[in-house]
Design a protein around this ligand. Structure first.
Ligand code: SF4
Length: 202
């Protein structure tokens, strides 16, 4: 269901493991030739970025699809946009999709899309606007999938696989606005402590 756009190879931006499950079920059933690309500098803090990456790796392994990883957590650009409302999200989509489109063009993919399109919590209109604009600039297609009807099924699959399911979108602002921020922050502190401990830093 790609809006009847002809394409050969899809580079699919993966925002996290749970959101990727339903799109991958659908795309692999359709026989789409695809690779995943984890590029999410919006995710704050670094320990959360690592946790979501771990999940993305598990999902890629589960479906045996290639996964490309670039970047790391970058708080400052999102912090600067604390008062920009929905414009901050447009910026966030633009930064990520620009990078996805650039890599796609360089590596012979002729279409891109994103697992964010499974989430009813994301700003679909802005995703499509930013995705189509950056893809057009590279002469490739942005595929406007609508996987939202499978969101709950994907979350249930994530639960069955034992994947971590986050309670905030990703950036430092969304963490601050989450009603779960205290427990999430404690979680981050504990994760950081454990990682430092296993790296012999304590
Ligand atoms: S709320 Fe989500 S989409 Fe919007 S800027 Fe933050 S991480 Fe990006």
């Amino acid at each position: 269901m790609s809006g009847c756009v002809e394409f050969k190879k899809l580079l699919l931006h993966i925002c996290c493991g749970p959101c990727a499950l339903w799109p991958l079920e659908r795309l692999l059933e359709e026989g789409v030739d695809l690779s995943l690309f984890f590029y999410n500098p919006n995710i704050h803090p670094q320990v959360e970025w690592e946790r979501r990456l771990d999940n993305a790796i598990r999902v890629a392994d589960h479906y045996r699809v290639p996964l490309i990883v670039q970047g790391s957590s970058s708080e400052q650009e999102w912090q600067k946009r604390a008062n920009d409302g929905d414009e901050r999200c447009s910026y966030c989509y633009r930064v990520r999709f620009s990078h996805v489109a650039e890599l796609a063009g360089a590596q012979g993919f002729d279409a891109i899309s994103t697992t964010l399109l499974v989430s009813p919590w994301q700003k679909r209109d802005r995703i499509l606007q930013e995705g189509q604009r950056v893809a057009a600039g590279r002469g490739i297609a942005f595929l406007p999938y609508d996987w939202r009807e499978g969101y709950r099924k994907g979350q249930a699959m994530a639960r069955d696989l034992g994947l971590y399911r986050q309670k905030y979108c990703g950036c430092v602002i969304s963490l601050g606005e989450s009603s779960f921020r205290e427990s999430i922050t404690k979680d981050h502190q504990e994760l950081t402590r454990r990682r430092e401990g296993s790296a012999g830093l304590t």
